[in-house]
Design a protein around this ligand. Structure first.
Ligand SMILES: *[C@@H]1O[C@H](CO)[C@@H](O)[C@H](O)[C@H]1NC(C)=O
Ligand SMILES: *[C@@H]1O[C@H](CO)[C@@H](O)[C@H](O)[C@H]1NC(C)=O
Ligand SMILES: *[C@@H]1O[C@H](CO)[C@@H](O)[C@H](O)[C@H]1NC(C)=O
Length: 336
């Protein structure tokens, strides 16, 4: 196991780097610390603690990885990291086996949100001008955790430094970025095409400018769509935010409509799943389970992002859009 001292050295070094960085955009190399992926399908996490005495804005992400080694990378913002070690095993799809080399924990212990995603063959996403993720003092994001999904075991003598070069500044960005995650619980009956749906009314008095979305399912997902619904006297107007085959690289893509989202608008997402198995498949955390997720990234002007970070329903067989308390009308037909 890694010595705990190492982490504090890492944290202290970061503190110094961040503190010396006034005004200009700086780069922090957030890389795996010479890890050895000792088996196939390994998820590893490594943390950085953000100095709690200053505000920083992440304004860009430059991936430093190749598709030959990393299947995907996710960057989580956390209030508390999942572990105090410098590296831990953090698979979303937990298998029950205990890892021989790394302790197992989730990426975040509390306050989890995704701030960046990279997947093989996918170009990187630039944040729009004047937009930044606030981290540190006045943000719930006190730590960043890098998760890398390694596909294959490395040879004995090879180590890895995949990661992200973070572009950050101490200069206040007028537009703060935020992410809201829409998803469901529920189950999919055997040999069935199922719609997993969720919807939530925005109750906070903010104007959201959507700019990117990401979808996530496991292997049964066929199509994931996200909408904003404006409920007017003449009926509900559904505007598509994004639509993606979740079997394609699961990174952030530009939204279809950047029209501002306001209080009382409804966010809605649907995953079309095809259960080709002879058994029920449930939403859950193992690789035998499924997931239905739609992430929406947005910015707010001279404001803080939504307190609401999640919009989840109980999913099928109990919840569908046509049973939502929002009383949704003009529900879109299935896209496939
Ligand atoms: C990441 O960057 C470092 C130098 O900063 C380099 O040595 C390393 O090979 C890079 N890793 C990958 C996977 O590109
Ligand atoms: C990490 O260490 C802190 C301080 O000792 C402790 O409060 C916290 O519970 C630890 N976190 C985990 C995930 O073990
Ligand atoms: C679901 O899977 C079955 C079996 O592979 C296939 O025949 C069917 O076309 C699929 N349906 C959809 C909507 O993808």
């Amino acid at each position: 196991m890694m010595d705990k001292k190492i982490i504090f050295v890492v944290f202290a070094t970061l503190g110094c780097i961040l503190l010396t960085s006034a005004l200009e955009v700086d780069t922090y190399d957030f890389l795996m610390p010479n890890v050895w992926p000792h088996r196939d399908e390994l998820y590893l996490c490594t943390p950085i603690r953000i100095s709690p005495h200053s505000n920083y804005y992440i304004v860009g992400f430059q991936p430093n990885a190749t598709m030959n080694t990393a299947h995907h990378m996710l960057l989580y913002g956390c209030s508390e990291p999942g572990s105090n070690e410098s590296v831990w095993s953090c698979g979303e799809m937990q298998t029950n086996e205990v890892d021989k080399m790394y302790n197992t924990a989730s990426p975040c212990r509390s306050g989890s949100q995704i701030v960046y995603a990279w997947a093989r063959d996918a170009p990187s996403l630039e944040l729009p001008k004047d937009v930044g993720f606030l981290i540190g003092q006045n943000s719930p994001i006190k730590y960043l955790v890098l998760q890398v999904h390694y596909m294959h075991r490395f040879p004995e003598d090879k180590r890895d430094n995949s990661g992200v070069f973070l572009k950050y500044t101490k200069r206040r960005m007028p537009r703060q970025a935020g992410v809201i995650l829409l998803g469901t619980s529920g189950l999919i009956a055997p040999q069935r095409v199922e719609h997993m749906e969720t919807a939530c009314t925005i109750n906070e008095n903010k104007v959201l400018h959507p700019f990117a979305f990401r979808t996530h399912t496991h292997s049964l997902g066929k199509l994931v769509t996200g909408y904003v619904v404006r409920q007017t006297e003449t009926g509900d107007v559904w505007t598509l935010l994004g639509k993606k085959d979740p079997q394609l690289p699961q990174m952030f893509y530009p939204v279809v409509s950047t029209k501002p989202i306001e209080r009382d608008d409804v966010l809605a997402a649907r995953c079309i799943m095809n259960n080709t198995h002879d058994h029920v498949v449930r939403i859950g955390a193992t690789n035998k389970d499924e997931m239905c997720n739609f992430y929406l990234m947005y910015w707010v002007e001279n404001d803080t992002p939504l307190d609401q970070k999640y919009c989840f329903s109980v999913g099928p067989p109990y919840y569908y859009w046509n049973r939502a308390r929002e009383n949704l009308g003009n529900i879109p037909l299935s896209e496939i």
